[in-house]
Write a protein that binds this ligand. Structure first.
Ligand code: SF4
Ligand code: FES
Length: 233
């Protein structure tokens, strides 16, 4: 069968505005939308530009708006997307070309929350920092993040205020704030308590719907908020 694939194209060297282009692409129901994009790029128009790397839902690089919702192109199947599929860059981000958006601001915010374990103490046995299964479970959900940015770019609070640190950065702060081995909780809560931190969340739940890893992002944001309230009454 053929799928009608509509792609929002924009080339800053040629276009003043983005415009739709349509492609008829042969596809099987089990193909991913990423396969369709590859077909266009390899056989119809080599100028089509998009990010992807692993093609297996691990690297998070191919988040895009497919049929109006933030999804990973490598995970979304033709049998679920239908025979008329639209693909656009994720919203709320500067388009560099076609489906490629500028994520520098996203990475700056990620880096700002200290997304790494802080612990300078030598472990008791000199080798390992031990953790019980329950302690590990405390941040299991947020440890699944693949940094695709689907949550942040789907968030109306982020669209309204690009300085908002955003759900993805909060998820990654949560992952370390609730890690029993980490010693930088206060610093991270200080960052989260900023005017552009967790308070910008309006519990709209777009992030939860957009997350390809099924992370309960709103719950994570609420848990970080609660920690700030407990420690800074
Ligand atoms: S929380 Fe989910 S949607 Fe947000 S960056 Fe991580 S994996 Fe992507
Ligand atoms: S290409 Fe890596 S997550 Fe889709």
């Amino acid at each position: 069968m053929d799928v009608q694939l509509r792609i929002l194209r924009f080339d800053p060297e040629r276009d003043d505005l983005a415009h739709w282009e349509e492609y008829a692409v042969p596809a099987e129901p089990s193909d991913r939308v990423l396969d369709l994009l590859h077909h266009v790029k390899w056989y119809q128009d080599g100028t089509l530009t998009f990010r992807r790397s692993c093609a297996h839902g691990v690297c998070g690089s191919d988040a895009m708006l497919i049929n109006g919702r933030n999804r990973l192109a490598c995970e979304y199947l033709v049998k679920d997307a239908g025979r008329a599929i639209s693909v656009e860059p994720v919203p709320g981000s500067q388009v560099i070309k076609d489906l490629l958006v500028d994520l520098e601001g996203f990475w700056d915010k990620y880096r700002s929350v200290m997304p790494y374990l802080v612990n300078d103490e030598v472990p008791e046995d000199g080798k390992e920092r031990r953790q019980s299964p329950d302690e590990r479970e405390r941040f299991d959900d947020t440890s699944k993040c693949i940094l695709c940015g689907a949550c942040t770019t789907a968030c109306p609070s982020f669209w309204a205020n690009p300085d908002y640190v955003g759900p993805a950065a909060i998820v990654n702060a949560h992952r370390f704030i609730f890690d029993s081995r980490d010693h930088a909780t206060e610093e991270r809560l200080e960052i989260m308590a900023d005017a552009d931190g967790v308070w910008r969340c309006r519990t709209i739940f777009n992030c939860v719907e957009a997350c390809p890893r099924g992370i309960n992002i709103t719950r994570a944001i609420m848990e970080v908020t609660r920690q700030i309230e407990i420690r800074r009454p």
